[in-house]
Design a protein around this ligand. Structure first.
Ligand SMILES: *[C@@H]1O[C@H](CO)[C@@H](O)[C@H](O)[C@H]1NC(C)=O
Ligand SMILES: *[C@@H]1O[C@H](CO)[C@@H](O)[C@H](O)[C@H]1NC(C)=O
Ligand SMILES: *[C@@H]1O[C@H](CO)[C@@H](O)[C@H](O)[C@H]1NC(C)=O
Ligand SMILES: *[C@@H]1O[C@H](CO)[C@@H](O)[C@H](O)[C@H]1NC(C)=O
Length: 891
């Protein structure tokens, strides 16, 4: 089980990173995710970002680079210019242009952001991904370099784009062949000073210039809106644009913050502030950026949002920060009012982030909705502001710069926040540090760090946040207990951590994160943490005992996350020694998020768990199950999973009234259970959106006449069926539950050897209006997708009017998609492999306007039958070989 879970987990992560042509990376069932991995690599991947189409200068520069790319004599191109001038935007546009260019001759375009501190392994991993190679976690840089070198030598014309290079990179160490030694391989790099280009021995350098006055004005107006053109404002607006010195970043920031401001006083004030002097150590055009940014910072309303902003600069350059983690920090530092529920605070944090994004002070990170990052210039300015603030927020930021040790003298008394995250620090001083006011100490990601000395923590008596995540520490010193102000103790992924000292003294602790650690027991004094709101214990494999009463005494607890851990809650009266009872959790009156495993042979009964109705989000896995494959519960997910249980005498009805997702793995008695559901006089289960049934040898045929008269799952959106030995058709389930599938979007059926047809039309089901994706694989007996009850003229044509994606694999007996004359109007992606008898596609000549790809084996394509030859011709160029199915499906 473990192995399956970890493989699938890795695949999920992998799939999420691939923005593949199948666009399968959305949140879906685990089965779909396995399939998703088989994405072919694309020559060029789209990289989101603003377009420069209507900027003449930049477009000109872009053309120039395109010409250089076509020049066989030029192998290395340097693109240089000051921070904020738009180099990254330019190369992003270049990348995307190549993607849409039918004349593109590069077999593979690889993008990697290098940043100030070069992390060869990360760059190698990025390159390897694009080459479709697997990278083992502990692979050495040298071995990887050799593998990459071999692959890249063979790769036909690669283009490697290295964004944000600060110093020469040794291509040999990286494993990139000298482009001159390859068949047409090229490198483009962007950097600030020209000498980096020299170090990299570029053949041609292109300077990215600031915008012309006209362009600057146009860009400003685009972002500031009509107001800039108003007669009394225009001169001020123009003067402000002048102050921005043609730098797109500065212009964007100024324009967005002046957007819609009608009062002339505000414009005068902005101009005035911009013209004020800047730090003496910054000169030339760059000081313009500093001024605009400083102004933007000063314009933030209220101190809290300013501090929140400065907080983001504690993270390394080009780092995608999880918004939910920011919220933890901000909460711990009291920047968000802590007297509210976790959910309210989270939303507040989210709003703050949006606010900062609106001022261009933050941009979205690698995952658009859940992470943010700072433009490197913005970060420079934030660090400058934070380090020069005398009073409130003085920070020391040394993150992600490869430090191997820290020197005591940097820790001045007035420091408030200290970040040494993501370095290579292996040793901390035992004494000599005194930072009586420091509230945040971020040491996470220092993988070599093994020990936190007793005296070290004494230097920070006022800490509110301590992050030691991802270090190699085995224990924490006893001096921890003196951190009476501590709100957040973050030890996630300290995989060597085995125990914690007594924590009773941390009386104000709100967040304790021990996820992915090796702790065997909860620390002593745990029950005294009466302010604890979040307890993260996911993937704690060694934690197998928790005494009764310890967690249920944490009266402020709002989130308890034990996903993927080995601890199982017991059932009332059945709990063993060292096992707390599930029912105890009823005492946690504040609980809103609960993610746990329960050991039981029965489904917990309704009366004993009435309290669960209070939860906003949960994932409760009863019995044995691989439901943990479904990582990350969203705040609105309410998932119930039952594994290896006999459900024949169970009534799941109550669970279904509140769950949004039901997962049944290896359960017996499903048929009886469904019948019980159908005949019980309950209302329908309107919350349920996702149903997964796997590994069952139940027959689903209703035992006659007891199917529900109305749709019990009217809002079902996703249906996943996997390894159901005797299922002959989904219509069997339909019969039980009265399903109409009026909202169904995704349907996935794999490994159902008895399946004869997918679904019968007629009666209540006349079309599947919302069905968007269908995936079927390994169903040997399947001969038709749909059956049509003859004579029912109300069956609509087509029956799947909105189907967009269909993937059929390993269906050796499948003969037809649908009725002879039908064509599916919205089909975009179609893949058919190992379905030798399928001769006719539901496509006609018009389909050439919607279809994006058709994949399959060549022989299969050759033997397809068409209404006429022109249809085949019009679709021919959408045809491609099937995706690599090496990893395909559960076999
Ligand atoms: C591709 O090349 C052809 C022939 O050189 C040319 O006519 C066409 O405009 C090019 N297309 C693009 C998008 O550059
Ligand atoms: C603590 O550090 C870990 C590892 O870098 C990081 O993932 C997490 O976001 C940090 N915690 C918070 C609350 O930011
Ligand atoms: C956990 O820490 C290890 C090093 O100890 C690191 O390689 C790995 O990437 C970390 N995982 C996460 C999810 O942060
Ligand atoms: C759970 O169900 C109860 C009714 O049984 C309902 O009052 C409550 O709002 C539901 N909670 C959620 C989050 O759907």
């Amino acid at each position: 089980m473990e192995v399956v879970a970890s493989i699938v987990g890795a695949l999920i992560a992998e799939a999420a990173r691939h923005l593949c042509s199948r666009v399968y990376s959305t949140t879906r069932g685990c089965l779909a995710r396995i399939v998703a991995v088989s994405c072919a690599k694309r020559a060029v991947e789209h990289i989101p970002g603003p377009s420069i189409e209507d900027q003449t200068t930049a477009s000109g520069t872009l053309e120039k680079i395109m010409d250089l790319l076509n020049d066989d004599g030029v192998r290395r191109i340097g693109i240089w210019g000051m921070g904020g001038v738009g180099k990254t935007t330019l190369v992003r546009n270049l990348n995307n242009k190549l993607r849409n260019d039918p004349n593109n001759t590069f077999g593979l375009v690889i993008w990697s952001t290098v940043s100030k501190e070069v992390d060869l392994k990360r760059i190698q991993t990025e390159i390897a991904k694009r080459l479709g190679m697997e990278v083992k976690k502990d692979e050495s840089i040298q071995t990887l370099a050799i593998q990459l070198l071999q692959k890249l030598r063979k790769q036909d014309r690669f283009l490697l784009i290295l964004d944000d290079v600060w110093k020469g990179i040794d291509l040999d160490a990286l494993g990139v062949p000298q482009p001159e030694d390859t068949k047409g391989g090229k490198i483009i790099l962007t950097c600030r000073p020209l000498n980096v280009c020299r170090e990299m021995k570029t053949d041609q350098d292109v300077k990215v210039d600031v915008l012309t006055d006209d362009e600057a004005w146009k860009l400003f107006c685009q972002n500031a809106g009509m107001v800039a053109e108003l007669e009394h404002i225009k001169p001020l607006a123009e003067a402000i644009v002048q102050e921005c010195a043609g730098l797109p970043l500065a212009i964007n920031i100024m324009a967005t913050s002046m957007r819609g401001k009608q009062m002339v006083e505000l414009w005068k004030d902005a101009l005035n502030e911009l013209q004020k002097s800047v730090p003496s150590n910054i000169e030339g055009v760059e000081d313009k950026v500093y001024r605009t940014l400083k102004w933007s910072y000063d314009s933030l309303q209220g101190m809290n949002i300013k501090y929140c902003f400065l907080y983001c600069s504690l993270f390394p350059e080009d780092f995608s920060i999880e918004i939910s983690h920011l919220v933890q920090y901000w909460m711990a530092e009291g920047l968000i009012d802590e007297d509210q529920s976790y959910e309210v605070m989270y939303n507040r944090g989210f709003a703050l982030v949006e606010n900062l994004k609106d001022c261009c002070l933050l941009e979205h990170g690698s995952r658009k909705d859940t992470t943010v990052k700072m433009h490197d210039v913005v970060r420079d300015v934030a660090i400058w502001i934070a380090s020069s603030l005398e009073d409130e927020c003085k920070s020391l930021v040394q993150s992600g710069i490869g430090l191997s040790k820290i020197s005591e003298y940097k820790f001045t008394r007035s420091l408030k926040r200290i970040s040494f995250m993501n370095n290579q620090i292996s040793w901390l001083p035992d004494c000599g540090i005194n930072c009586p006011e420091a509230s945040a100490l971020l040491l996470q990601g220092n993988t070599p760090l093994e020990k936190v000395p007793e005296g070290f923590l004494r230097g920070f008596p006022a800490l509110k946040v301590l992050n030691l995540s991802g270090t190699r520490i085995q224990r924490l010193p006893l001096s921890l207990v003196h951190l009476g102000e501590l709100r957040a103790l973050l030890l996630r992924n300290c995989s060597f951590l085995e125990e914690l000292p007594p924590v009773g003294g941390l009386s104000r602790l709100q967040v304790l994160d021990c996820a992915s650690t090796n702790i065997k027991e909860l620390p002593e004094g745990m029950e005294q943490l009466s302010y604890l709101r979040e307890l993260h214990l996911s993937r704690t494999k060694q934690l197998t005992t928790i005494q009764a009463g310890v967690l249920s005494g944490l009266s402020s607890l709002e989130v308890l996350d034990m996903r993927g851990g080995n601890y199982k809650w017991g059932m009332k009266g059945k709990a063993k020694h060292g096992q707390a009872e599930f029912e105890e959790l009823a005492n946690l009156g504040q609980l809103t998020g609960l993610y746990i495993n329960v050991q039981s042979t029965k489904c917990p009964s309704l009366e004993s768990i009435d309290w669960i109705k209070r939860l906003k989000s949960f994932k409760i896995c009863v019995g044995l199950s691989i439901c943990d494959v479904y990582e990350h519960g969203h705040f609105d997910e309410r998932m119930m999973s039952f594994g290896h249980l006999d459900l024949s005498r169970e009534f799941l009805g109550w669970w279904l009234t509140n769950a949004s997702s039901l997962f049944l793995d290896s359960c017996r008695g499903l048929n009886l259970m469904l019948e019980t559901l159908a005949i019980s006089k309950v209302d329908c289960f309107a919350s349920l959106k996702k149903l997964t049934i796997m590994h069952s040898a139940t027959s689903f045929r209703p035992a006659g006449g007891c199917g529900s008269q109305y749709d019990l799952l009217p809002n079902l959106e996703e249906l996943y069926l996997h390894d159901l030995t005797f299922l002959e058709s989904i219509s069997e389930l339909v019969g039980h539950l009265g399903l109409r599938f009026s909202r169904l979007r995704v349907m996935e059926v794999t490994l159902c050897p008895s399946l004869k047809y997918l679904l019968a039309y007629g009666g209540f089901i006349l079309s599947l209006d919302n069905l968007d994706e269908v995936s079927l694989s390994h169903c040997e007996d399947l001969s038709d997708l749909f059956l049509y009850s003859s004579g029912d003229t109300s069956i609509s044509d087509p029956v799947v009017p909105n189907l967009r994606v269909i993937d059929l694999h390993g269906l050796p007996n499948l003969r037809t998609f649908c009725r002879q004359e039908e064509s599916w109007p919205h089909l975009e992606h179609l893949q058919v492999s190992r379905c030798g008898l399928l001769k006719k596609l539901p496509l006609n000549r018009q389909s050439a306007t919607t279809i994006k790809e058709i994949r399959g084996e060549q022989e299969w394509w050759n033997q397809l039958e068409w209404d006429d030859d022109s249809t085949r011709l019009s679709l021919q160029h959408f045809f491609q070989p099937p995706l690599d199915l090496k990893n395909f499906g559960p076999s």
